[in-house]
Design a protein around this ligand. Structure first.
Ligand code: G1P
Ligand code: ZN
Length: 544
């Protein structure tokens, strides 16, 4: 092996967002682009000589090419061993699991999550630390700083490794082990859930499951876990073969993009339980028969029913949710007498709380739920959690939700996304809101009294680090809430997210259609922010 030191120069715009660096494939294909970022990661780390690096991705277009580049660079930089998923496949939660189980120094995950893939689609890369979770801001900022002053990267002249076959080989002094992409993760999940009981439910014939892998990374995980280990009929998994372009779809499990699943679950002969996961397998959508569960409610239901699940039967240490996520789980925490933490958007903020043993479950309104079993949100985990609850309670998804609302009240909740908005217009909208924050409290608009208005700032209870400007919160006197923030994961223009929430304690009012229940708040959001006027959009692109 010859070590090659390649001169290079900084590339503008390599700042990682909410979940790493995401750009169009064509951007990543530019000479030196990936190499600069990977070397900037390695320059930001200390003490990895001779240690293990985990590498894998969601199988999207360019995944295999990028992995070969990273393997060569890891060898040149002095890693002792690389563990890579077979065919380059590791779902994000599986990568987290593998990092932890094999005590790796860290891992590089190649994914643009739920963003479309293919030659014209998106690509992404992020670094996870030895706890299995996304690198904290201190490291991502150091990586970014390195991208701005990089002068060379290190690689080797070794040939590609065979990613198709499990086994071990050498790249210079470094060992490369191609591992089973699914086994470690499946074993971990089997240790948490009652596979006997879930298996009996799925094999019994009376209960039918439909899991939509959206042609993304969870296909192999779903086959191994639901079909092979739990014995569900093969037809229970749809779109189960990962494709580099996700079959041309948008692998985001929400009612708009998971149309195959929605069609199945709203048919007259709908199965009992439907679920989907996203491009890299960390998100989940839960659907009952003609009944969609909002992610915020799902987190609350999991917390309230955790005692039915072997891995959580001993009780929850605490729970955490991202700020824009509804307060449904707060009510469960209160009843359980445990603490509920409110963090900024993005999974990395849960890591410290999980590591410090402060929380067991956490979740986001964006269809992410997880626990202390890994340091990422976990789509298949959430599906198994629901199946375990359904197997024990023997009730339908809808019955469980209606019962939950009767007990805790209902947090009507919706998110309106305006995608691909002109960046200047979106920034102007947020700047205008920020400027008006001080004048809003006390104002009465269309009969609604504004009680509070701020820009969310978070002080990490474990390490004291402060993250400011995390979203504009407008609180109303009746407890309703509107949150505005700009997405940190998009690759085209800006995405404005508007989060709407209203609490309804009265069970007689729990059957109202969500958008109807939130109509006054939706109108108020437009009045406060001037969404239509500033973005030129009449309606949101996606409503979840
Ligand atoms: C979005 C979600 C956020 C999630 C992230 C990664 O980020 O809102 O909850 O953690 O994707 O899956 P955003 O685009 O809003 O910055
Ligand atoms: Zn994802």
């Amino acid at each position: 092996m010859n070590l090659i030191t390649t001169p290079t120069a900084p590339i503008a715009g390599q700042r990682p967002g909410t979940s790493g660096l995401r750009k169009k494939v064509e951007v990543f294909k530019q000479p030196g682009y990936l190499e600069n970022f990977v070397q900037s990661i390695f320059y930001a780390l200390e003490g990895f000589q001779g240690q293990t690096l985990v590498v894998g991705g969601d199988g999207r277009f360019h995944n295999d090419v990028a992995i070969q580049t990273i393997v060569r660079m890891a060898a040149a930089n002095g890693f002792g061993r690389v563990l890579v998923g077979q065919r380059g496949i590791l779902s994000t939660p599986a990568a987290s699991c593998v990092i932890r189980k094999h005590a790796a120094f860290g891992g590089i995950i190649l994914s643009a999550s739920h963003n479309p893939g293919g030659p014209d689609g998106d690509f992404g890369i992020k670094y996870n630390t030895g706890n299995g979770g996304p690198a904290p801001e201190k490291i991502t900022e150091a990586i970014y700083a390195n991208t701005q002053r990089i002068a060379r990267y290190l690689t080797t002249d070794t040939p590609d490794v065979d990613l198709g076959t499990q086994g071990s080989s050498q790249v210079g002094a470094m060992q490369v082990v191609v591992i089973d992409s699914v086994a470690d993760h499946a074993d971990l999940l089997a240790s948490l859930f009652d596979f006997e009981r879930i298996g009996a439910l799925l094999r019994g014939g009376a209960f039918r499951l439909c899991f939509d892998a959206m042609h993304a990374v969870t296909g192999p995980y779903a086959h191994e876990i639901f079909i092979r280990r739990l014995g569900a009929p093969a037809a229970s998994v749809i779109n189960g073969v990962p494709l580099p372009d996700f079959g041309g779809g948008h692998p985001d499990p929400n009612p708009t993009y998971a149309e195959d699943l929605i069609k199945v679950m709203f048919a007259s002969d709908a199965p009992d339980f439907g679920a989907a996961s996203d491009g890299d397998g960390d998100r989940n959508m839960i659907v009952g028969r003609r009944f969609i569960v909002t992610p915020s409610d799902s987190l609350a239901v999991l917390a309230a029913n955790a005692h039915f699940v072997p891995g959580y039967a001993a009780g929850l240490k605490g729970v955490a949710r991202s700020m824009p996520t509804s307060a449904a789980v707060d009510r469960v925490a209160e009843k359980l007498g445990i603490r509920c933490y409110e963090t900024p958007t993005g999974w990395k903020f849960f890591g410290n709380l999980l590591d410090a043993g402060q929380v067991t479950l956490c979740g986001e309104e964006s269809a992410g739920t997880g626990s202390d079993h890994v340091r990422e949100k976990d789509g298949v985990w959430a599906v198994l959690f629901w199946l375990n609850i359904l197997a024990v309670r023997g009730e339908s998804v809808e019955t469980i939700l209606r019962d939950h609302w009767r007990t805790y009240g209902r947090n009507y909740y919706s998110r309106h996304d305006y995608e691909g908005v002109d960046s200047a217009a979106a920034n102007g909208l947020v700047a205008h809101l920020r400027e008006s924050l001080a004048t809003l409290p006390g104002q009465v608009i269309d009969g609604a009294t504004i009680a509070s208005a701020d820009d969310f700032s978070y002080t990490d209870p474990v390490d004291g680090s402060v993250s400011s400007a995390q979203g504009i919160r407008i609180g109303l006197a009746d407890g309703s809430r509107i949150v505005f923030r700009l997405s940190g994961t998009g690759t085209e223009g800006a995405t404005l997210r508007v989060y709407l929430e209203r609490f309804e304690p009265d069970p007689a009012q729990h059957a109202v259609e969500t958008q109807k229940a939130l109509a006054p708040l939706i109108a108020l959001a437009d009045r406060l922010a001037g969404i239509k006027a500033r973005t030129g959009r009449d309606a949101p692109t996606v409503i979840t």
